[in-house]
Design a protein around this ligand. Sequence first.
Ligand SMILES: Nc1ncnc2c1ncn2[C@@H]1O[C@H](COP(=O)(O)OP(=O)(O)O)[C@@H](O)[C@H]1O
Ligand SMILES: [Mg+2]
Length: 331
Amino acid sequence: MKANADPRYAVEVKDLFVSFRTFKGYAKVLNGVSLHVRRGEKISIVGETGCGKTTTVNAIAQILASQARIDGGEILFRGVDELKMGKKELRDLRSGGISMIFQDPIASLNPVFTIGAQLREVIRYSGADGANNKEARRRMAMNALAETSLPDPERIMENYPFQLSGGMRQRICIAMALATPRDLIIADEPTTNLDVTIQDQVLKTIRGRVEDKGSALILITHSLGVAREVADRIYVMYAGNMIESAPADRIFKKSLHPYTQALMDCIPKLSGGGIAGGIAGRVPNYFSPPPGCRFEPRCRHASAICREKMPGMSEVEEDHSVACFLYRDGR
Ligand SMILES: Nc1ncnc2c1ncn2[C@@H]1O[C@H](COP(=O)(O)OP(=O)(O)O)[C@@H](O)[C@H]1O
Ligand SMILES: [Mg+2]
């Protein structure tokens, strides 16, 4: 089972198809998603609301909703395909391999336990070195808070979530995610619900903590600006497909996919609440998606082949891949 895994990667997703059962039938959302994150690398997935970013990372963390059906693909973590893991392996994955920071810090904290109790529980569950010793757990919890630059960790340990501000709660979630060693941290729009004035600090905290611990990071955002600030490499996603990937600076200097180019044109509008407004047309219906490129109905450069076939990702220069027939010979 480990034969085809690349040891440089913290996680590798290969050709993943996911659909959701709904009252109208199956919505075919992920349409052959592939991505990799190198060990210690920080990547960001950028795209409009509804394009499948959360579905992709929830599949990696194995927390998909019960309506989800995996129709194909592989998710290699520590060299093993998660989709073939047994119960125990999946438990280890959740307790010590991958941790998540969610959009809503209130929903991820339990209102009836103190911050200290919740941190100690996460540490105990992780099975990290020393985690079976009560005093060691307390020390690790205090460290985790202090490392996240939360003032007065001693007091915060005794607090309940409602006693803290939104920014502090999100920092506690970061402290929890990074309290014990992890190969991969996933942050799904971690600053969307926060006041703009503290968004930047929270992003810096995530980046700093992930770098200190040598974990890999997947940051989901609908903002290219945020992605550039945090990530080494950016994936652009459109309607269930990865359509371009490149080092962060590169994609700003020279984006290739017509959709990425349209996103770049929309950057000044991003603060106004998203990118959808700036691009003509809408995301295709997942119940009867077009057979070819899912961006074709909105694309200025579309030609006959784009309506027939779905272009796969291909590397056009080192580390820069795009899924578009414009960059293929003999189109
Ligand atoms: N549990 C679910 N049941 C039905 N459809 C879902 C479910 N979760 C997500 N979807 C659909 O999948 C698509 C992608 O959603 P999502 O992955 O949340 O996108 P994003 O995170 O990029 O906004 C959307 O059309 C959404 O309605
Ligand atoms: Mg989402």
